[in-house]
Design a protein around this ligand. Structure first.
Ligand code: 1AE
Length: 414
């Protein structure tokens, strides 16, 4: 492995190393050094050809690493990891400008993938990060020593508020911490947005008075952009617990817009729908840890859902762990964001999830709760029993005689 650092600093008084973007390309190493230079030039000076009359008053830093890969026919091939630094003055301090600068036209240029961005403090100070963050959410729920449990409404499209409210009550009585709308439940005449919030709040208050356990409800605000902002404000006015946004149908900047809106005082939960189109290839797009991790936390998400490594739409385990670290790692500028590995989760996966993601995560299930043969209340109880067993070092797979709900769940999804 070789590492080469090229430094260009022709004139100008720009600050030297700011923010880094790491891109990964499959050009042969002999070409990649040249390519790295042309990328850095193209994305700062902004042209594919020499501009003799233009003063190139930028500074940049290219770090090139090569490593060998063997393809299927066992020929050696070379890939390169390139690190480029851009002066802060090149862009306004916002996510659209940064992404366009470091990976705008470049994203159209064949096999190239954006791996990471390093934000210096001078840039971080322009972002707010989560408004509430993990600790505030824990305080609202008064749950501090275990992962949270979240359930997803399933099969509610075309159902009315009474149906939804009954489902919510059933979940709350089982001891669930959060219930979220499915990402595919939009504004509709059966469960209109405003009434959905007020009826769900009332239902949860009644359940709390009965059990003493607090449950929060996350309402989907996704729809047209201008309506999303209005709905977020309305949700905040109505005292909604959490708003859910399918952020990748729009762009991450909308998360920041909501976070910075003075009339939106409610935690933001981000669903990963559509993000797979940008993150799934190893040769194109953006790494999940950057797109769903670092950028969403900087933009102000309080919760981020992503595909766990073991469920129905799995993410590579090392990618998922990196993403999780981006959300919960210490950062003097930003609060921690709840990490929500999801999709195809059932009680039998609880130990894996807790071993990989620790207590600062949320165990999130739709089918794994509603598919319990004895109904959703028992589905929630089964998960709570699984979480307790793992938390207290007991065996997940040998439930006690008082844990029949867990036993049934383990038999159902073995
Ligand atoms: C990656 C997001 C998972 C999600 O939105 C969802 O609805 C999961 O449902 P289940 O738990 O797979 O039934």
């Amino acid at each position: 492995m070789t590492t080469t650092i090229l430094t260009y600093s022709k004139g100008g008084s720009y600050r030297y190393v700011l923010p880094y973007s790491h891109v990964f390309s499959s050009w042969p190493i002999s070409k990649s050094r040249k390519k790295a230079e042309s990328i850095a030039l193209g994305l700062t000076v902004g042209s594919w050809t020499d501009l003799p009359h233009l003063e190139k008053n930028y500074c940049l830093n290219i770090e090139e690493k090569s490593f060998l890969l063997k393809n299927l026919i066992r020929k050696q091939r070379t890939k390169a990891s390139i690190k480029i630094a851009y002066p802060l003055l090149n862009f306004s301090p916002d996510i659209p400008a940064i992404l366009t600068t470091v990976f705008g036209k470049l994203s159209l240029d064949g096999k190239i993938r954006l791996l990471d961005l390093e934000f210096p403090n001078d840039l971080k100070k322009h972002f707010s990060g989560p408004q509430f963050g993990l600790e505030n959410i824990r305080q609202k729920l008064n749950v501090h020593d275990r992962p949270l449990l979240m359930a997803i409404f399933k099969g509610v499209i075309g159902r009315d508020l009474t149906f939804l409210s009954n489902q919510l009550r059933n979940l709350a009585l089982g001891g669930v911490d959060i219930v979220k709308d499915d990402e595919i439940l939009f504004e509709n005449s059966f469960t209109p947005f405003e009434q959905r919030i007020t009826v769900m709040k009332r239902t949860l208050q009644e359940a709390y008075e009965q059990t003493g356990h607090r449950t929060l409800y996350s309402v989907n605000i996704s729809g047209k952009t201008n309506e999303v902002i209005e709905r977020a404000r309305l949700a905040s006015d109505l005292g909604a617990d959490i708003i859910l946004l399918n952020a990748f149908s729009y762009g991450i900047d909308l998360v920041q817009t909501l976070r910075e809106d003075p009339f939106v005082r409610v935690p933001i939960m981000v669903h990963p729908a559509v993000s797979g189109a940008m993150t799934s290839s190893n040769e194109y797009g953006i790494s999940p840890s950057l797109l769903l991790g670092k950028l969403l936390r900087i933009a102000g998400a309080d919760f981020v859902l992503f595909a766990s490594p073991y469920g129905s739409v799995a993410m590579d385990r090392s990618d998922a762990l990196k993403l999780h670290q981006e959300l919960i790692g210490e950062d003097p500028y930003f609060k921690k964001c709840f990490s929500v590995p999801s999709a195809g989760i059932h009680p039998g996966l609880t130990e894996k999830i807790m071993n990989d993601f620790g207590k600062d995560s949320i165990i999130n299930a739709g089918g794994g709760v509603f598919g319990h043969p004895e109904g959703p209340t028992k589905g929630v109880i089964a998960f709570r029993q699984a979480i307790d067993n793992v938390s207290f070092g007991r065996s997940l797979f040998h439930p006690s005689k008082h844990q029949n709900e867990l036993k049934v769940a383990l038999q159902t999804w073995q």
